[in-house]
Design a protein around this ligand. Sequence first.
Ligand SMILES: Nc1ncnc2c1ncn2[C@@H]1O[C@H](COP(=O)(O)OP(=O)(O)OP(=O)(O)O)[C@@H](O)[C@H]1O
Length: 731
Amino acid sequence: MVSSLHLRDIAGIGPILEKRLITHFKSEEKALFVLLKGEIRELCLVEGMTKKAAQSLISNVVKSQTGICAGDFLKTKEAESLYLGILKILKKYCHTAYASDYMDLFIPYPKQKSNRREEVSANIQSHMDLIHSFSEDEIELISNLLSQITPARTAAAAKIKDKVILTFTEKTYLSAKEKFGKNLAVHWVLDPQEAADLLSAYPSVILFEFPEFDIPDGYEYFRNFENLTLEQIVPEIALDFFIQNQKSILASLKLAEIMAAGTLGGVYSKMTAEAALSLRTLVSKIDASGNFAAGFDPESDRLNLILKNCEEIFLKSAGTLSSKIEQSLSSSTLTLDGAQMMKVMSGIDLKEIVFEKVSKNCRGFFAESLAEISEKLALKKDEDMLLWDVFGDEISCPVQIQPDVLSRFKKHISSKITERNHSHKKSLSKELAGQKEMCESLITACLESDVWFSVAAFALAHEMTFPKWEERDEKESRGGKEGKSGRENGSGKGDKNLSFSMDAGKNLFLSQKYGLSHVVPVSYATNSVTILSGVNSGGKTSLLELLGQCFILAHMGFPVPAQSFSMSSLDEFYYFGKSKGTLDAGAFETTLRNFAAVFKTKKPEREKAGLTFDKYEKKKAVFADELEAITEPGASAKIIAGLLEAFCADGNALSLFVSHLAEPIMKNCSIPVQVDGIEAKGLDENLNLVVDRNPVKNHIAKSTPELIVEKLFLSASGEDAAFYEKLKAKF
Ligand SMILES: Nc1ncnc2c1ncn2[C@@H]1O[C@H](COP(=O)(O)OP(=O)(O)OP(=O)(O)O)[C@@H](O)[C@H]1O
């Protein structure tokens, strides 16, 4: 936490928002923590906060911390959308919403902040190494565990239903009610009977003073309740945190077990695998209500099973019992002796005689059934005893279950469960006391490691490598500029111009769309003002995009999607995408204004120093894709030629222009311009263009429309073929 930072120091936070943030997050420190961690989702929960507003706040926080924002490097809308496109792919590798939000905090850093890039690179590298040290199965397990983790929450303590506070004077009642009334029932007890009733109604009773009368045992007594906290009188409340965050805690403890021997350091290394395992076993014992989770306490499992199954088992037994009695009766005959006949004659009910006759048999059946029930439910003696009259004390057929016996039995079992859970909660909360902070920091550490783990996974999935930086000698460069342009100095090796060199790069967007193995690797290098010419669909735009991706990622401190990549460190990146057709006068004017902005950097310092080019001049890369579409071809070539001359004169710009107008541009240019080309080699057996995606140096590649005409000619017949043949002859 940056202690000197306050909410009101952040652009965009006025007194109203400051109050809202503090109210929502309960403290300024927590609000700042969320802002600094870039937790957009958390911020969006603040009253009146939209996603856009949250994003802009976070970007202001980054700016206040680092002095820069993404826009300082990404100078055009298209440069920004390249960056956003990269983030979109990157976020697919995140396991947690936390990491996904955090990705927005990775921004390209200009040259003067290169130390920040180094920190980022070091973290990514260590996580790439870490991933390498695990097997595929382990990586899958780690990914799975990370996806189960969400930031730790501590909701306000809920109302506790199984405890009551008894007070015996008005004064104590009023202060206890004020202090604990929100969470516990508080009673002012006046007589022994009321106290006895409450003791039997609640599994747990707390006394805040001794009554003047005797009360039965089974309570807790606190003398100095004025200084008590809720946690002291209801220790099981401490379980709330573990219940609310159980999934995240269990997953992070499992991760700690896996990582304990690893290289992550921090909170992981503070915990041994054994400690993580034993804490995990403790936390696993709780269910969503804080009771014993199934499988952890055989006695609780037995009692819960009784409660769940008893009704069904009793009903089945009653049915079997009825059949047995019926069967026994149907095979019996009743013979009355003289005395019995006399009884009937004197008015005694025949039923009594029948009962007398069959009762011996039936009692045997009843006993058998009760024994069976007891065995099936694994009942204990005290539970057994409650059931002796569950089928009634008189024999009837069909046999009926006595509802009051059944409910007495169930109540007995339920109170045993409650009692057991109560003592479980108490002992568990004692065992877990003091572990809350450890769990909180473990969860945070896991979320943070997901940030780096995800970036590393993204880098490995795209076979990315860290770039090498080519730092040019400022003095030499300046000397060259004030005299001749970089090209005039002589391009190629030894040239001190800004430059890049890429070996086997693969455009991330194409890899994402078609799969890494379907993208043809491209190698390219240049160190001057360059035009990239080439065949239609040859991959010029894709290459420009790929280089843009590499420039942005490299300045973020990330590896780039190439086998090897080196470049000069830059301050600004301008990317002008392909326009969708001839622009109207207004749009044309805006485009030219955008280009003019490229040259405006640090003009005041330049003028003040009386220098044409000073060392504070920003280093920039300027990419433009088929700028010719901005106006008619003749004028476009002149404008592009003018721009290239200006870039060449600037000396601090690495510019690459994709264009089909290489020849007319060269004609209009007063300086020699480097032209490279992506060439089509011909048509394959399926009449598809065969293209070498690697630009050929110093080569004007044709757009090769003749190959398209040839393709049409070869695939047509009759009149159509004759028509295409005539067109073909024009080339
Ligand atoms: N390196 C590559 N590997 C595989 N496919 C590629 C590669 N580069 C380009 N392509 C494929 O070729 C298509 C056309 O590429 P792109 O738009 O970059 O060509 P272009 O030279 O800019 O074309 P145009 O001059 O017509 O604008 C892409 O959509 C992609 O499907």
